[in-house]
Write a new protein. Sequence first.
Length: 157
Amino acid sequence: MSTPAAPRPGADLLGPAPTYLPEQLHAPAEQALEQGVPAATVAAAAPAASLAWAVLAEDAVARADEAREVGDEPARLAHAVAAYAYARTGYHRGLDALRRSGWKGRGPVPWSHVPNQGYLRSVRALGAAAAHVGAADEVARLADLLLDGDPSLTPAG
């Protein structure tokens, strides 16, 4: 009779096992960004990598925040809509990768695993962009999704 396999570290015995995205999806985008390649160039070259989309979204959210601070409503909305589009792309690319890695729509997606960070950053940026465009129900849903993925993270907004 064989011995059952020990649970993976961080596994919740009552819930789904953590999902870990593959390194080969994340590493080329991370390396290009670290070398100073513009995020738009990285996203165009590796559209399946959520990290580049997250960087684009975070930058656009920051610009929307700056426009809000100076009272430039048209610029705030333009940057918020761009952030929303970038973040939604990173989010959906991340969902595709998570599903290919066995994720069933809920459960841990640990931040400590670097390849998961592009997806999680996209979720957080999408929440911030959704807040800018007044989508309160989406902000709440994304906060729940982010905390389900990794309870140590702080939702945007």
